[in-house]
Ligand binder design. Structure first.
Ligand code: SAM
Length: 280
């Protein structure tokens, strides 16, 4: 297949800059630039968007995004060792790549981005889920982003798109599907990465809905769902007991049987419960 750019192959970049993968930073790099270009295309309209990329590492996905025509990429990377490699990419695409060295959990990138904004990332799964939950639960909606294109362990990706009644259904499914539409767009075997992780991965694409599917306060919904699924085998009247006095009345107001279990309750009912709890 044709090269996506005239920069050195990623294997060479890693060698030149001594970027031996660090386990502590969850580093599993994608070296196939045709694959990263494919992930970039899954992010949607790049030419008229600013892209926030978290965890660019040696720059595989960054190069994919830029080669596919992203208007601008703002990349936040915690590992200082990656800066020289990323600077070479910035030089190749003048004015289109800005890199911030730091922890994405601590940095507010919005001052550097012009809407519309899309997010693309291949992150260690714990940082990825933490950021995903933050991106899905701002007080105001619509959020700063139009879409999120995120790599996760396959099992986490399944939790994001899961339906009620399934084992994977839980807090992530409810928060993601409440305010966004979510689908798995690509599966990747462990061998796609260096070093190869133990499990398969998948790319999830989420598009922000103009409005949540049902009204609810994000903090209350999030708390209720977390309590319900923390003890998913228990009946809701027991697992939600600590949330508010008279929990059975709130469940009744939401049309949920007190003997029901969290995994059988759909999004609409969870939102109705959050509304009842908000009324006190
Ligand atoms: N995007 C590259 C790729 O696809 O090959 C690298 C992916 S690697 C799985 C995850 C990257 O996220 C690493 O470069 C790691 O240093 C970076 N990272 C880990 N935690 C981070 C954090 N809290 N903030 C920013 N970057 C982080």
């Amino acid at each position: 297949m044709a090269a996506i750019d005239d920069l050195p192959p990623l294997r060479e970049v890693i060698e030149t800059h001594g970027l031996r993968a660090k386990k502590t930073l969850g580093q599993n790099f994608l070296l196939d630039l045709n694959l990263t270009a494919r992930i970039a295309r899954a992010a949607g309209d790049l030419a008229s968007s600013d892209i926030l990329e978290i965890g660019p590492g040696p720059g595989g996905l960054t190069r994919g995004l830029l080669a596919e025509g992203a208007r601008k990429v703002l990349a936040i990377e915690k590992d200082a060792r990656c800066m020289p490699a990323l600077a070479e990419i910035a030089e190749r695409y003048p004015g289109r790549l800005q890199v911030i060295e730091g922890d994405a959990l601590e940095i507010d990138p919005l001052a550097h981005l012009t809407p519309p904004i899309r997010v693309a990332a291949n992150l260690p799964y714990n940082v990825g889920t933490e950021l995903l939950v933050r991106w899905l639960t701002p007080k105001e909606w619509p959020p700063f982003w139009q879409s999120l294109t995120l790599m996760f362990q396959r099992e986490v990706a399944e939790r994001i798109v899961a339906q009620p009644g399934s084992k994977a259904y839980g807090r992530l499914a409810i928060l993601a599907q409440w305010r966004a539409s979510a689908r798995i767009v690509l599966d990747l075997p462990p061998q796609a990465f260096v070093p190869a992780p133990k499990v398969s991965s998948a790319v999830v694409h989420l598009t922000a809905l103009p409005e949540p599917r049902f009204p609810a306060d994000p903090a209350i919904l999030s708390r209720a769902v977390a309590a319900g699924f923390n003890q998913r085998r228990k009946m809701l009247r027991a697992s939600l007991k600590g949330l508010a006095p008279g929990i059975e009345d709130h469940l009744a107001a939401a049309g949920i049987a007190p003997t029901e279990r969290a995994e059988r309750v759909g999004l609409e009912q969870w939102c109705a419960l959050a509304r009842s709890l908000a009324q006190g």
